[in-house]
Design a binder for this molecule. Structure first.
Ligand code: AMP
Length: 301
């Protein structure tokens, strides 16, 4: 039976006990509404560690749109069953106030972003600049703050993240480097048969919307075709993506290129030595992101 805990303090005690036996502890942070993408992370963690724990917490600090936060799907019991089947030994959740007892002014239930002491937000570092960081003000500070807290609660040997949220993996790697651990493992993006990246937000799309949303990966694949044909100029690769995206009934927020190993706020100029293509768009009002490494089969680390 999986241990199902609804309090970070109890989760911390459970993890401490595991570590005290010298066991390697794998950790997968999530916001729930779990799908095959998350479960791939859990299975990999199970294969590489002695015990695995999963957090399920819809972190209000990283939502810059209240509507997106309110509509985020939540079912802790269903998530617990899924991670148990994937081999995790413990799953935990909590409230914002239970994660940050010193920083939340309002009691549980009314605790929200507004009641959080902004001085306690973490600086997410330079990789938070550009793209997601510019379009979602405060998002990466919210991510860095909760991930740092989760790392302190769990003190894992290794933590697992998905390549789908590429810029997030850079922010988390920076954070782990600064605090001296854990080891960060990044797993390839899991996709639906259409190629659409699996996402909890896909649940909010109509069947037609899901079909439409596959245009994101089509655009990324077009960029990879151009890369393989020898194109190294970011603006030309971007134009190839934009040509695909412009034919679909979606609102594109960006189609962009970066050097995945040297993150820059702006798109690099001149010939790219390495490249990752990234897109963000709204389909039926639902904001989706995706990316594809152009110079490699996947971005696994
Ligand atoms: P979330 O619950 O959306 O915060 O995601 C939790 C973790 O699962 C993050 O590290 C995500 O990058 C990862 N993840 C989400 N979707 C996918 C996917 N389709 N493939 C691989 N990893 C994913």
């Amino acid at each position: 039976m999986i241990a199902k805990l609804d309090d970070p303090a109890r989760a911390s005690a459970w993890c401490a006990e595991v570590r005290s036996r010298g066991a390697r502890l794998g950790f997968v942070p999530t916001m729930g509404a779990l799908h095959e993408g998350h479960l791939t992370l859990v299975r990999r963690a199970v294969a590489e560690n002695d015990r695995v724990c999963v957090s399920v917490f819809v972190n209000p600090l990283q939502f810059n749109e209240k509507r997106d936060y309110d509509l985020y799907p939540r079912d802790f019991d269903a998530d617990a069953r899924l991670v148990e089947a994937a081999g995790a030994a413990m799953v935990f959740t909590g409230t914002l106030a239970s994660f940050f007892p010193d920083d939340v002014a309002a009691p549980d239930g009314v605790a929200g972003i507004g009641s959080f002491d902004a001085r306690s937000l973490r600086d997410p570092g330079p990789c938070a600049l550009g793209l997601e960081g510019d379009l979602r003000p405060g998002h990466f500070a919210g991510v860095a703050t909760i991930v740092a807290r989760l790392f302190d609660v769990v003190e894992p040997t290794r933590a697992y993240f998905g390549a789908k949220d590429f810029q997030q993996t850079l922010v988390v790697r920076d954070l782990a480097r600064r605090r001296g651990g854990p080891e960060i493992r990044v797993c390839p993006t899991v996709r639906e048969p259409s190629g659409l990246a699996r996402s909890s937000r896909n649940e909010r799309l109509s069947p037609r919307g899901r079909e439409t949303a596959a245009v994101l990966v089509r655009a990324l694949e077009r960029a990879r075709e151009r890369w393989r044909a020898g194109v190294r100029d970011a603006s030309e690769l971007r134009a190839a993506m934009t040509a695909v995206l412009s034919r679909a009934p979606i609102d594109v927020e960006y189609a962009a290129l970066r050097d995945p190993e040297r993150w820059t706020r702006e798109e690099p100029t001149g010939a790219l030595a390495r490249a990752i293509a990234l897109v963000a768009a709204r389909v039926e009002g639902v904001r989706l992101i995706d990316n594809l490494r152009l110079d490699a089969e996947d971005a696994e680390a």
